[in-house]
Design a protein around this ligand. Sequence first.
Ligand SMILES: *Cc1c(COP(=O)(O)O)cnc(C)c1O
Length: 375
Amino acid sequence: MKPINYRPAKIEIDLSAIKLNIKNLKATLAKGTEVIAVVKANGYGHGDVQVAKAALEAGATQLAVALLEEALKLRQAGITAPILVMGWVDPIFADVAIEHEITLTVFQSSWLEQYYANFDRQKKLAIHIKLDSGMGRIGLRTEAELKDFLTKIDHRQLNVQGVFTHFSTADEPDTDYYQQQLNRFESMLKIVRTVIKTELFVHIGNSAAALRQASGLFDAVRFGIGMYGLYPSAYIEENRPFKLKPALSLKTQLSHVKKVEAGEVISYGATYQTNQAEWIGTIPVGYGDGVQRKWQGLDVLIDGKRMPIVGRVCMDQCMVRLDRAYPIGTEVTFIGQDGDESIQLEEISAHLETINYEVACLLTDRLPRAYLDET
Ligand SMILES: *Cc1c(COP(=O)(O)O)cnc(C)c1O
């Protein structure tokens, strides 16, 4: 049963945009390069299960998340595709992964020892080995570390399926550090291949790398932000191989409209004062929904026109300056298209001095998600 929504505010996710972005990416990639759809953090705020299903339908072959919880949620929704947990999972929970056929990321000799110590297992754990080629986050970093790790691999208890790394500057114009990371990865991969003789599924590229180059990406790309129709950076946007289509819009309605005399003040702190008599609209969305206080000064779209958010954003509401009176219930667009005007996450993240990834992730569950083109 669908939840009943009383509030006039919702996030709409156009799954056909997700599918289009994947199809367009696949058309540019070297033949045989697979797409791993990255749906961590509730699909970057878009809804992990719905996005995962759409992505698989569009030709993604695997899914990736950050947490074991996120992988289990996908399994509980009936998704049977391979799922990789890219983050660190405590070895005491390895059996949960085995039971639900979830692949874990492993990169510590001590992790292997703890995993072997615990149980007498019937089934093997599937793993991808993570190499830290220069991101400095997780992964085996030195040759000595890697060699020690490889000697500890027990093929009776582990199914080593893949090897991967992650780039820290794939979205930037300068490619020097990317190349350095690639070189380090390739030499580490050679060492892995001297020990592990079974076929390995190798993946290195995120959206930025995937949008930037069609080849040299090994067996798959991990497609996150681009799948949602968002650009990894302004540089990638300028040099895109095709136009991405954003999937998310955030719409609500005017809940109150009033005329305010000149010199009156609006919202907490009385920081906004009217210059003249103005029409002020109230919107029933605030920072409790992820529309942070720093959104003050951004515009919303009403009747295909931009109207500024004025005064402080409250937890559940905010105010806008209107160009005239509008009826209560008039549609208000925070993110998305209205007529010829559009406000995309990139405009908002630039104003907030952050990245679109973060703005999308911070839209809270209090905003109901509605899906277009769901199958
Ligand atoms: C989040 C993540 C990705 C996806 O990155 P995008 O820039 O969103 O494409 C890929 N790989 C790893 C390891 C990640 O953590």
